[in-house]
Design a protein. Structure first.
Length: 103
C-alpha cells in the first residue's frame, strides 16, 4: 500500500463518501431504507423529498469533480487557482452540511 493514494483511489474514495452523504441525507429526511436503493432511486427520492438538500449534494459533487479535474491536469494550464478550487469545494461542503442540518 502506497502512502499517497493514486488518483483512481482518490476518485473511488470520493464516490464512496458522496454516496454515504446521500444515504445520510436520505435517512435524515426519512426516506425508507435508502441504503437499499439504487443510485438513481436514491437521487430521485432525495430530489422529491428535499430539492434544496438534493441541490446542495449535486453542488458538492460538482465541486469535487472540479477539484479532481484540477489535480488531474496539474501539469497543464490551469483555469482556476488551487486556492480557488479548494475554497469552492469547502464552500460546497458547508452548503451541504447546512442543508442537511436544516432538513
Amino acid at each position: 500500500m502506497e502512502f499517497i493514494p493514486t488518483i483512481e483511489e482518490t476518485k473511488q474514495g470520493i464516490a464512496e463518501a458522496l454516496h454515504f452523504a446521500a444515504v445520510c441525507a436520505a435517512q435524515k429526511i426519512k426516506v425508507n431504507d435508502p441504503e437499499l436503493l439504487s443510485l438513481q432511486e436514491l437521487r430521485s427520492a432525495l430530489e422529491k423529498a428535499s430539492p434544496t438538500l438534493n441541490e446542495s449534494l449535486q453542488t458538492l459533487r460538482n465541486k469535487y469533480d472540479q477539484w479532481l479535474e484540477f489535480h488531474e491536469r496539474a501539469s497543464n494550464e490551469k483555469s482556476l487557482s488551487q486556492v480557488q478550487v479548494h475554497t469552492e469545494l469547502e464552500a460546497a461542503r458547508q452548503v451541504f452540511l447546512e442543508a442537511l442540518h436544516a432538513a
